[in-house]
Design a protein around this ligand. Structure first.
Ligand code: MTE
Ligand code: MOS
Length: 769
């Protein structure tokens, strides 16, 4: 089945916030933001912004009637800066004008006098200075300290992991429309309608019910609109509130890049101990997360880093430490994988260093330590399936790993300027929000008397295919044609208190809620059918392919006729249902529990060819075995696997997010920040699914959104292997992204060093003569 919205996308008819018909008298907002990473605001001159015609107003923190503080976990972030600024791009004022261009022009005329203060951009430095958000966390399993003694080899190392820009196609935006009686409707490009509702209400000092947030779809979110979209929705709402006119705020691409947080860069230390046979006995890791200026979701992201620090491996003695370090970068936030990818990168680096020291292949160490059923994670939960090992051995056999290994070795023996490498990447990702209370969802289902159906859930369509999956679930549950199902916008008046669309659980949670709602309606319909058919037992009634069956036999009743009759007999054809994931929980005081409903596992093999003279590389193939469960829509899920993979490959290789030491974004446009395109992606992507039924997913399905990103980590180790084939003696860094530039600098580090020394010497010579 195709996506239900594909037809609109290919025709350019899919509606986003600013595609909706213009309301009368609409105004446009532009943001005036800090240009320094840290400073005291000495003076703010707004007068010049207000001079020309077409400018309606300028708003600052002083115009906020309620709370200026916001943040879902720790409300430490002002919507508009007051006395101080903490990052480049931090909003200070909102200018509103008749057109976007006028507003943007006027915003440029605002003059702010700041006393610039030294900025922190490195997480370790922030840590040393006590700039820590929340509490540092430590997960412990076994006894790391005494286990070192039993190890035959102990290696240590450091990882420097780069951030990542979300680069959703649709930049941040919202349209706020004041309505009668001090209420407002806000169309927001957000993954988190309820957070926008809450924050706007608190900002304006209103009850939550006064604010209706509506979301039709997002042009991508990738985590970047889970928390951060709230800020822009609030600023649009603030202006609309004061002016009592509709106000739209759309960030330009350059403003979006500059003003929004990204994936967290990490700096991490590892120490790993193994036996001669390659069994990992002990692992210690310390993660310093670059959180940016405000909490945002950083502590939650850090928590997932801790959860996934041993990735797909069982290690009996583990100590995992993590701290969210406050720096003067835009507050970093959710991005597909949510701290998991960074943790897995460090684990893979540690394994790689062990393999290199032992002179064995990486996969020998990996294979030796894969999780199996019953193994305990450092957070106390037991592994319930053996699917890590199953995906590994399926990948090894299906894609003939031995052949790949030999082919690469042969190639490297006979080629000098180019080298090949491969990397195997197993993943194990926990499914559920780690904050247990978020694992809840509601659905509202109406059946109309013509047999058509309307479904609202708390989930947001952001390109991941949620609407298609919910429609498929509804169509299957009623057993009626998909054309009868309409998926409505996500709206806070129809669904209250929803969690964000995140953590890959949206279909699980909202699909299950939809099934419960449909179950209620079906039960009522069966009673009606039994009555109409004059039979005693409603349980023997079933619906199949739009027909009413009794005891397995077709009757002359159809879906449409039954619905019509139900209405005439005054039967409720609507239902609201609530679902909460059973059996999960986590005790933060002990850092133990059962936080995840289940795990998604898989194994990828990534193959590359490296041009050792240029540092450039090609990704030749990616071969995946992915534990998908019984998919609700395999085409959509395949898209998620491929898309996640692309994002993971890009993160590891070419997406080079850079700030200078004054906290200014250097990779501030699409000429300096590169993302994967069709040419970057390998010609060969093979994906094989394991399709065991998942008992807790709707129709046995499994979450799919984030885990495949982590297959991309394999490319780093594939390129590294090719580098080592060219320069076996060299120590290479565990630093990402591994751009061609970095590859070249590492391959020729000695030569570059010599050149630098010569140049320095000749300069000294020149200076002294
Ligand atoms: N796919 C597309 N096309 N666009 C997106 O923004 N976001 C990803 C993933 N896949 C995203 C996507 C992220 S970060 C998450 S958490 C999940 O989708 C969320 O949706 P789900 O819970 O329905 O999987
Ligand atoms: Mo996804 S990073 O949980 O929005």
């Amino acid at each position: 089945m195709k996506r239900i919205d594909a037809i609109y996308h290919v025709r350019g008819k899919a509606e986003y916030v600013d595609d909706m018909p213009l309301p009368a008298e609409m105004l446009y907002a532009a943001v005036f933001a800090s240009t320094v990473a840290r400073g005291k605001i000495l003076a703010l001159n707004l007068k010049d912004a207000l001079v020309p015609d077409g400018i309606a107003a300028v708003f600052t923190a002083e115009d906020i009637p309620g709370s200026n503080q916001w943040g879902s976990i720790i409300p430490d972030w002002p919507l508009l800066a007051t006395d101080e600024v903490y990052y480049v791009g931090q909003p200070v004022a909102v200018v509103v004008g008749k057109t976007q261009a006028l507003a943007q022009k006027a915003a440029k005329r605002i003059a702010m006098q700041v006393e610039e203060l030294p900025a922190l951009v490195e997480p370790r430095e922030a840590f040393v200075r006590g700039q820590i958000i929340g509490e540092p966390r430590t997960f412990v399993l076994g006894d790391v300290d005494s286990a070192w003694e039993q190890c035959d080899l102990i290696v240590e190392g450091t990882c420097e992991i780069g951030g990542q820009e979300h680069l959703y196609l649709e930049t941040q935006r919202a349209r706020a429309i004041p309505l009668e009686g001090k209420t407002m409707r806000v169309y927001s490009a957000t993954q988190n309608p309820y957070a926008a509702q809450r924050t706007i209400a608190q900002m304006l000092g209103l009850p939550y019910h006064a604010i209706e947030v509506d979301v039709k779809r997002l042009g991508g979110g990738f985590g970047g609109k889970e928390e951060q979209a709230t800020l822009w929705a609030s600023l649009a709402a603030l202006a609309a509130w004061h002016l009592q006119k509709p106000v739209e705020l759309v960030l330009s691409r350059l403003d979006d890049l500059k003003m929004t947080g990204k994936r967290h860069p990490y700096s991490s230390d590892f120490k790993i101990g193994v036996t001669k046979e390659g069994k990992i006995l002990s692992y210690e890791v310390k993660h310093y997360q670059n959180a940016g200026a405000y909490a945002d979701l950083s502590t939650a992201v850090l928590e997932r880093t801790l959860f996934h620090s041993t990735n797909a491996y069982f290690i009996p003695n583990v100590r995992i430490f993590g701290a969210s370090c406050r720096t003067n970068l835009p507050p970093n936030t959710a991005l597909r994988g949510f701290g998991g990818p960074q943790a897995m990168f460090v684990m893979e680096s540690a394994i790689t260093k062990v393999a290199e020291k032992l002179g064995v292949s990486r996969e020998e160490i990996q294979r030796n330590n894969l999780l199996q059923t019953g193994d305990v994670f450092p957070y106390g939960q037991q592994m319930q399936t053996n699917s890590v090992r199953r995906t590994w051995s399926e990948a090894e056999q299906t894609y003939n790993l031995a052949e790949i290994r030999n082919r690469v070795a042969d190639y490297n023996a006979s080629h000098f300027e180019t080298k090949k490498g491969y990397g195997v990447m197993p993943i194990c990702f926990g499914i559920s929000f780690t904050a247990t209370f978020l694992n809840q969802a509601s659905a509202l289902v109406h059946v109309y008397t013509d047999g058509s159906v309307s479904v609202t859930t708390g989930g947001v369509e952001m390109g991941q295919g949620l609407s298609t999956k919910i429609a498929a679930i509804a169509s299957k549950a009623f057993d009626i044609g998909i054309h009868r199902i309409k998926i409505e916008t996500t709206n806070t008046t129809r669904i209250a208190n929803m969690p964000p669309t995140a953590a890959s659980v949206t279909t699980d949670l909202n699909g299950n809620a939809t099934l419960l709602a449909i179950g209620q309606i079906l039960d009522r319909l069966k009673v009606v059918a039994a009555k109409e058919l004059g039979v005693a037992d409603p349980d023997k009634i079933a619906l199949a392919d739009e027909k009413v069956l009794y005891a397995g036999q077709e009757t002359d009743w159809t879906w449409a006729r039954l619905v019509e009759a139900a209405s005439v007999s005054r039967t409720n054809l609507s239902a609201h249902a609530f679902y909460a994931t059973p059996g999960i929980g986590f005790d933060r005081s002990r850092e133990k529990g059962h936080p995840f409903a289940y795990h998604v596992c898989g194994t990828a093999i990534v193959e590359v060819t490296l041009d050792c003279l240029r540092g450039t590389y090609e990704i030749d193939a990616v071969k995946i075995v992915h534990d998908l469960g019984r998919s609700v829509n395999e085409l959509v899920d395949r898209g998620q696997v491929e898309g996640g993979l692309a994002q993971g490959l890009g993160w590891m290789t070419i997406e080079d997010l850079r700030f200078n030491d004054r906290g200014q974004l250097l990779s501030n446009n699409l000429a300096t920040y590169k993302i994967p395109d069709i040419y970057f992606m390998p010609d060969a992507i093979a994906i094989k699914f394991l399709t065991d039924e998942n008992p807790v997913g709707p129709y046995g399905s499994k979450a799919v959104g984030e885990p495949p990103l982590m297959y991309g980590i394999g490319v780093f180790f594939a390129i590294r292997q090719a580098m080592r084939a060219f320069q076996p003696q060299q120590e290479f860094a565990f630093a990402s992204p591994l751009t061609p530039e970095r590859v070249l600098c590492e391959l020729y580090a000695e030569e570059l060093q010599e050149m630098a020394e010569k140049t320095a010497a000749s300069h000294t010579l020149q200076a002294s003569t």
